[in-house]
Design a protein around this ligand. Structure first.
Ligand code: C5P
Length: 235
């Protein structure tokens, strides 16, 4: 594996865009992955699995380390409840968080207002609100993803989760700046697991994805550092 100094510009750029999904059974294992992979990976995703089991302590751990948190709890509830949850996430100082675009426009607008007002009250940057379109474990059409993404961005979201298959269309059709977060990233010829709309790092970046979410290809590797090194340049 190459060291940081010998990485090419493209590899360094790709590394900055990788988010490790901390889908681990225990908090201790998640912390070990953060210890091992930070600062090569700078953003760690905390999902429903880890958060349900261990709560916000893991978010504090990641922040104290100097890394950033993608809180992927996929909020979907009535507007007031989602707004309250978003305020709590702002207090946890997460970089970005997810909510379902299918949750309806009032919910999305309430979430945005809550993120901006709570961040301003605390004198900090508002987290990026990322809308989930259609899960990458499901087959769908690009036009369904585009329709949902447009609704999300119109309601003030900062970005959307979509597969590499749709990102080009979204970047072309949706005006203004938004970030595209792409899960379902797999090295060439590797197991896709339960994912359906998968892509390699190279394909996703080439299509215009801003952040790439990678879980099992790194978490289940014999040597996660070697796996990360191989995933990035091999694309
Ligand atoms: O292990 P794998 O690389 O498939 O992990 C992908 C991660 O991205 C999981 O944590 C999953 O919850 C998340 N995710 C996804 N599809 C979405 C949104 C998030 O796979 N649409």
């Amino acid at each position: 594996m190459k060291d940081e100094g010998r990485r090419t510009k493209d590899e360094t750029d790709a590394a900055e865009r990788v988010i490790l999904a901390l889908d681990t059974d225990t908090c201790r294992v998640a912390e070990r992955f953060v210890d091992l992979l930070y600062p090569k990976i700078k953003i760690f995703k905390v999902g429903i699995h880890l958060f349900t089991g261990y709560g916000p302590g893991i978010v504090d751990f990641i922040n104290k380390k100097g890394a950033e948190v993608f809180l992927d709890l996929k909020f979907f509830d009535i507007p007031n409840t989602v707004a309250q949850a978003v305020r709590q996430a702002v207090r946890l100082k997460v970089k970005m968080l997810t909510l379902h675009i299918m949750g309806d426009e009032e919910m999305l607008k309430a979430a945005k207002e809550a993120a901006v007002s709570e961040a301003s009250r605390l004198g900090q940057k508002a987290p990026l609100l990322i809308g989930v379109t259609v899960l990458t474990s499901k087959e769908t059409t690009s036009s369904d993803v585009l329709t949902l993404a447009k609704i999300g961005i119109d309601c003030g979201l900062d970005g959307v989760v979509c597969s590499a298959r749709e990102v080009g269309l979204l970047k072309k059709e949706i005006k203004g700046n938004f970030v595209a977060v792409t899960p379902g990233i797999r090295p060439p010829r590797s197991a896709v697991n339960d994912q359906k709309r998968t892509a390699t790092v190279k394909e996703a970046l080439g299509a215009g994805s801003d952040f790439l979410v990678i879980g099992r290809p790194i978490l289940e590797a014999n040597d996660p550092l070697v796996a990360l090194g191989e995933i990035l340049p091999a694309g």
